[in-house]
Write a protein that binds this ligand. Structure first.
Ligand code: SAM
Ligand code: SF4
Length: 344
């Protein structure tokens, strides 16, 4: 089955946007559902999409494969929680063929870790080498308060299982003022001891999360970094992923620490990514509302030319940058959609 989309000229055209950025990274939200209800991400009584609106796993495979044929080298599955989608391992297995053929450099996922104990070995067998696990605290009670429904021990089991399966782990930690600000040194130490990289994320104004006040949660990472420098030697790193993270090497632990600061820094000029939702909607920018529908062209014909044309047209509209703002007067989110729609 290798190379099944590579033959037609239209699918093979590389994705270069109007600002000369090559689009080589696709993030795919495979479901908007989740088994947690993190306070900054969802309200407790979320309404999810009707299952009938979702692309099937076969359709997701087809779409991802067109992107790969068009030059995407890295695929990240996210959500919602990607590992709660039924039969999701089928998709990982299918997409693994692009690693085997050399068309894809990396197949990976971002997960809350709740199902990792169950799937770590299968993921490794599909060719997954690294996984991002979201973990904002090492305190089980605080973990429950942040995730509302999460089980701390289960996530720890998942991280252990992933490590045992040979997966490299990066911990994603949303910096929340008044919540985990007293734990950042512990997190650096714990990650260092366990060989995990660590990335801090600034809380972003996305979606209504049911009465949580974002201005209270917002903690600029410049301050997080200043606090860390009181205890750790942080050297600028030239590691770059084309994304919004900036990295430092922590000399004492030997680990890498990233800072994702969409609110305070402009990272758009090197943007190499687009985001696909589980309904086949393509977001050309996390911070903008402009979208392209890929589901209709996908379902209209059995061949992939229509999809390839729709992707080209969408990339031709990729904006130069984003518009995040916290509306300080009305305390409204800068972007109305939830992070779980596009997967962050
Ligand atoms: N459920 C998976 C997880 O939690 O890792 C994948 C999806 S989740 C939406 C992806 C990342 O977005 C997580 O690291 C989460 O902490 C982050 N996130 C969610 N809402 C956010 C917000 N409002 N601001 C900043 N990061 C957010
Ligand atoms: Fe679920 Fe991830 Fe959102 Fe938490 S951050 S509610 S785990 S999608």
């Amino acid at each position: 089955m290798q190379g099944e989309f590579e033959d037609t000229t239209r699918t093979a055209k590389a994705l270069i946007d109007p600002f000369d950025r090559a689009i080589t990274y696709l993030r795919v939200s495979v479901t908007d559902r989740c088994d947690f209800r993190c306070v900054y991400c969802m309200s407790e009584d979320m309404t999810f999409l009707p299952k009938a609106d979702l692309l099937t796993l076969e359709e997701l495979d087809r779409l991802c494969s067109v992107f790969v044929a068009k030059g995407v080298r890295k695929l990240r599955m996210t959500g919602g929680e990607p590992l709660v989608r039924r039969n999701i391992m089928w998709l990982f297995e299918r997409l693994g063929r692009h690693l085997d053929s050399g068309a894809l450099d990396e197949l990976t996922l971002t997960t809350n870790g709740s199902q990792l104990a169950k799937y770590a070995e299968q993921l490794a067998a599909c060719g997954v080498r690294r996984v991002n696990v979201s973990l904002d605290t090492l305190n089980p009670e605080k973990f429950l308060a942040i995730t509302r429904w999460g089980k701390f021990d289960k996530v720890m089991e998942g991280i252990d299982a992933a490590t045992a399966a040979g997966l490299k782990i990066k911990i994603n930690c949303v910096a929340l003022k008044g919540v985990n600000d007293d734990e950042i040194h512990d997190l650096v130490r714990w990650c260092g001891e366990n060989g995990h990289d660590l990335t801090f994320i600034e809380v972003m104004p996305m979606g209504d999360v049911g009465g949580e006040i974002r201005l209270d949660q917002y903690w600029p990472l410049s301050m997080v970094r200043g606090e860390l420098q009181k205890q750790w030697t942080l050297n600028e790193s030239d590691h770059a992923t084309g994304g919004p993270a900036r990295y430092v090497d922590c000399i004492e632990t030997g680990g890498r620490i990233g800072f994702i600061t969409p609110m305070t820094h402009n990272f758009c000029e090197s943007c190499n990514r687009v985001r696909l939702t589980c309904t086949g909607t393509l977001y050309m920018c996390l911070g903008q509302e402009d979208v392209a529908d890929l589901r209709s062209p996908l379902r209209t014909s059995e061949g992939d030319d229509l999809v390839a044309d729709a992707i080209d047209e969408a990339i031709g509209r990729k904006p130069k940058g984003h518009d995040f703002i916290i509306d300080r007067r009305h305390q409204r989110p800068g972007v109305g959609r939830h992070m779980s729609v596009t997967g962050g």
